[in-house]
Design a protein around this ligand. Structure first.
Ligand SMILES: NC(=O)c1ccc[n+]([C@@H]2O[C@H](COP(=O)([O-])OP(=O)(O)OC[C@H]3O[C@@H](n4cnc5c(N)ncnc54)[C@H](O)[C@@H]3O)[C@@H](O)[C@H]2O)c1
Length: 450
């Protein structure tokens, strides 16, 4: 006789599975609770419906987008053509209470990311969040803590979609198979420059439909200026992400992507020490030019390494004078005892360097042993939503560690001193002023972990 199972209910599953501890819950018939048929559609809320969100419309149309949330009501007409019948919201706090939701896709301005992600996890919703997942160290820490309590029962993915490029896997194999000997340094850089002087004076009223106060959300109030956010079609993130109240400039922008290429190859968690330098500190605007350096302890396959990020004109030294790293634009470099790998999203260049660098020590793996392809990045998340025992490639555990490191770099830059960090406790141990900067201040009525 076929056993009729009740419809999937995430809340009751999570309750039961937490009662069952970390182990899997096996229902009669051997069906693992929490898994759904690959053909089932997820009920998704898309939060931030235009700009970057448009890049997600294609795969989202294969699911049920049942709720649309945007602070700019003028954007609904466009999104409703794609997702007819979806209910619209202007405040994501209300949207998350939409009945029957399974998951959220977050494409808002960066200063809402950790908030929405935490609130969604706390409501047992799967989360796809555009990068970066946080703009403050504490935000990254709280998000990771929440995620770790739901890992295996929910799915998360941060929007560093380049991670699914085949080249990432090939670079990883080269490093692990010894193409550059023992790994010593890993470096990322980006040359995008968006100079801003400071917050702008009030200018005109927000366009009709734009709820400016909700756009500001947890961050301090600034009068509207169209140069912050015009609300025009297209991605506006390069307008607002240089201002400390809404973003962390290129650290969160290209830093999320290029340092993901670095991070995916080093199996690192928290740095033990951090130093950074750049242009003079501006309390209103994040730096264009910056370099930050992080010392990471040894792990089970490599010795201690130095990890670095360069942006806005700062660049690492090229291993060869004829290689101009600036022309690579956004890149990564790995230095080992026997040579260098220079890479970007799609390319890799091996430069043997030592005298005995005849590559005899390098044993590239056979094709059959190559790392499996990740495939479609967003499908990777959808698959894990339907079966949370599957891991996504850029979940909150992975990406929040990377974000935490990068944000610590900004604190080291602000205080101008080398910081010692206790990753297990999540505290800077040698500088109280720097420690205090890990926590951002929010407007009343906005809770990070609601
Ligand atoms: N993965 C990538 O390669 C990639 C590329 C571009 C942008 N992004 C990221 O996507 C996000 C959005 O960037 P964008 O350029 O589209 O920004 P944007 O300013 O154009 O905003 C996108 C949409 O979100 C809405 N919005 C903003 N704040 C909101 C809020 N609190 N609640 C609901 N709706 C809100 C806006 O009205 C707009 O419709 C950013 O975090 C950015 O870093 C990622």
């Amino acid at each position: 006789m076929e056993i009729q199972l009740p419809p999937f209910n995430r809340r009751s599953f999570l309750k039961q599975s937490s009662l069952a501890g970390a182990g899997l819950l096996i229902l009669p018939g051997g069906i693992m609770a929490g898994t759904r048929s690959p053909n089932d559609k997820l009920n998704i809320a898309l939060i931030g419906v235009w700009g970057r969100a448009q890049a997600h419309y294609g795969w989202l149309k294969e699911q049920n987008v049942v709720a649309l949330c945007d602070v700019n009501e003028a954007h609904f007409a466009h999104a409703l053509k794609e997702f007819p019948g979806a209910k619209t919201y202007i405040d994501w706090r209300k949207c998350l209470d939409h009945k029957g939701l399974d998951a959220v896709v977050i494409c808002t301005a960066d200063h809402h990311h950790a908030f929405i992600s935490n609130w969604a996890l706390n409501r047992d919703l799967h989360v796809y969040c555009e990068k970066p997942c946080a703009i403050g160290v504490e935000e990254a820490q709280v998000l990771r803590k929440n995620w770790l309590s739901k890992k295996g029962k929910l799915a998360s993915q941060v929007g560093t979609q380049m991670h699914a490029q085949e080249n990432y896997a090939r670079v990883k194999e080269m490093i692990r198979d010894g193409a550059i000997g023992d790994l010593q340094m890993a470096i990322g850089w980006g040359n995008r420059k968006i100079p801003r002087k400071g917050y702008l004076p009030a200018q005109g009223d927000p366009p009709s439909g734009l709820n400016w106060d909700l756009w500001l959300g947890p961050s301090a109030v600034h009068p509207y200026n169209p140069d912050y956010f015009s609300g025009n079609p297209g991605t506006n993130c390069l307008q607002w992400n240089m201002f400390w109240d809404w973003g962390v400039g290129q650290v969160g922008d290209m830093g999320s992507h290029l340092m993901d290429l670095v991070w995916s190859n080093i199996d690192a968690t928290s740095p033990t020490s951090i130093n950074a330098s750049g242009e003079p500190f501006n309390p209103e605007v994040t730096p264009v030019m910056l370099e930050s350096h992080f010392e990471h302890p040894a792990n089970d396959w490599r010795g201690p390494i130095r990890v670095s990020w360069y942006q806005g004109g700062a660049l690492p030294r090229s291993p060869r004078p004829f290689i101009n790293l600036d022309t690579i634009g956004h890149g990564a470099m790995f230095k080992g005892s026997q040579g260098f790998i220079i890479a970007d999203y799609n390319n890799r260049l091996l430069i043997p360097s030592a005298k005995d660098a005849d590559l005899s020590y390098y044993k590239p793996r056979a094709k059959k042993d190559q790392l499996p392809a990740i495939g479609h990045f967003q499908q990777n998340w959808i698959d894990a939503c339907k079966d949370p025992s599957k891991k996504t490639c850029c979940d909150f555990e992975y990406h929040s560690q990377l974000a935490e490191q990068m944000l610590l770099g900004l604190i080291a830059y602000r205080v101008g001193e080398t910081l010692e960090y206790d990753g297990a406790k999540g505290v800077i141990t040698n500088n109280e002023k720097a420690n205090a900067l890990m926590k951002r201040t929010y407007r009343e009525g906005w809770a990070l972990n609601g």
